[in-house]
Structures are given as C-alpha cells and as structure tokens.
Design a protein around this ligand. Structure first.
Ligand SMILES: [Zn+2]
Length: 232
C-alpha cells in the first residue's frame, strides 16, 4: 500500500511537470508564429547622397534621428525594427527600396529635412502617399504627438515640379494631386511616412533638433506614435 501511494505521487508530479512543459512549448510557439509589425527606419541620405546642406548636413540629421528611433523600436519586443541603412553605408534609392521590400515592412519611417534660401523658414512636416491609409494613420498620430508637445507638424503630399531645365521644386500640399512624388516613395510600395523634421538652413530648427538630445526628442515622439498605432 505504502509503495503505491508514493508511485501515485510521483505520477502526479510527472503529469504536472509535463503539463507545465507543454504550456511553455505552446507559449513559445505562439511567440514564434505571432508576426510582429515590421517597422523600417530609413535615414533618407548618406555620404554619397548627402541631401541639403546647411547648419547641419541632411545626411547627418537623418542618421541621428534614425539611429535613436531604431534603438527605441529595437528595445521594444512588440516590434521588429529594421534599419534600412547603417552609419557608413551608402545606398542608392533603388537599393534602399529593395531592402525595404525584402524586410516586408509594415510601415517605413523615412527621415529627411528641408532647406530654404531664407533662414527664417523653419518647421517640420510629414508627407504621405495619396490614398495610403496606413501611412496616413501613422502620420496623423505622429503629428498629434508633435502638436501635444507644442510643435506644428502638418501632414500632406509632396510633388516635384520642374521650375526650369533640370531644376525641380518640392511642393507640399494638403490636397492629393498628380505628379512625381519623393524618390523613395516612388521606388517602393510599402506604406511610408516621410518625416521632414527641420530646415537645415534654419538656425532655430538646427539649434533645437540636432545633437543627441534633439535627435532623441524627435525620435521619441515618432516612437510614441508607432506605439499608439502598432503597439497593440
Ligand atoms: Zn531628403
């Protein structure tokens, strides 16, 4: 009799251990199969294509914000963060687009800046692709975060309009129209927002939004917007 009781106890423990292991395995498999939203962070310029020059190079600004945003997303287990190009890499628009497509990005956040011959021009904006619901939702969420922090950040569409032979001007409009959009937006189909965080020619913008603190402040507001939309 004594012997049998001990065996029953062992059996019960063995069953419980097995159940716990099974539960663990099921949980592990669920974690493997639940697809996390893929957020691609695109530093819109590099040393070969540095973009606008001003108090800061557009390439340096875009990398500064992109690296901070990537770090925040990468540390958040809810997201699969992808850095389209890293420091020191030079990629054509077509190569960046290929990486974005290969990553099957759910959304791309492409970081850029503006420039003007007038140093008084300042401010930020977000461009989206016409009729792209996903990008509009994230753009509006980001604009709201910036607005809550006291910064106007309109959302709209951008078109490149030839002003004279070989020279295009960017037109930002809140009405969707027809025309050549930003290069990276034309080169891939993934939902995308283009965040233009500063005028590189504005002393005011560059003073506030460049350097580690400035980059981190912009990156954090973008990260908060991603969490609000994709962090379910
Ligand atoms: Zn740019």
């Amino acid at each position: 009799m004594k012997k049998r009781r001990i065996h029953t106890g062992h059996l019960l423990i063995a069953v419980l251990v097995l159940l716990a292991m099974l539960g663990g395995a099921v949980y592990y498999l669920q974690q493997l199969t639940v697809k996390k939203p893929v957020i691609a962070v695109d530093a819109g310029h590099d040393d070969t294509y540095p973009g606008y020059e001003g108090y800061v190079r557009e390439a340096d600004y875009t990398l500064g914000v992109a690296e901070q945003l990537y770090r925040m997303l990468d540390q958040d287990s809810r997201f699969e963060a992808v850095m389209v190009r890293s420091a020191g890499e030079s990629l054509t628009v077509r190569e960046r687009a290929a990486r974005i497509e290969a990553a099957h990005a759910d959304i791309v956040i492409s970081i850029h800046a503006n420039a003007s011959s007038d140093p008084g021009f300042s401010g930020m904006r977000i461009a989206v692709r016409p009729a792209d619901e996903d990008s509009r939702i994230l753009a509006d969420a980001a604009a709201q975060r910036f607005a809550d922090a006291g910064w106007a950040c309109p959302v709209g569409y951008e078109y490149y309009v030839p002003v004279r032979e070989g020279v295009n001007e960017v037109v930002f409009t809140e009405e969707a129209g027809e025309g050549q959009g930003p290069a990276i937006m034309e080169a891939c189909e993934a939902p995308m927002i283009i965040f233009e965080g500063i005028y590189v020619t504005s002393p005011e913008d560059t003073q506030h939004w460049t350097g580690d603190d400035g980059y981190a402040e912009a990156a954090d507001l973008l990260y908060q917007a991603v969490k609000g939309v994709y962090g379910k």
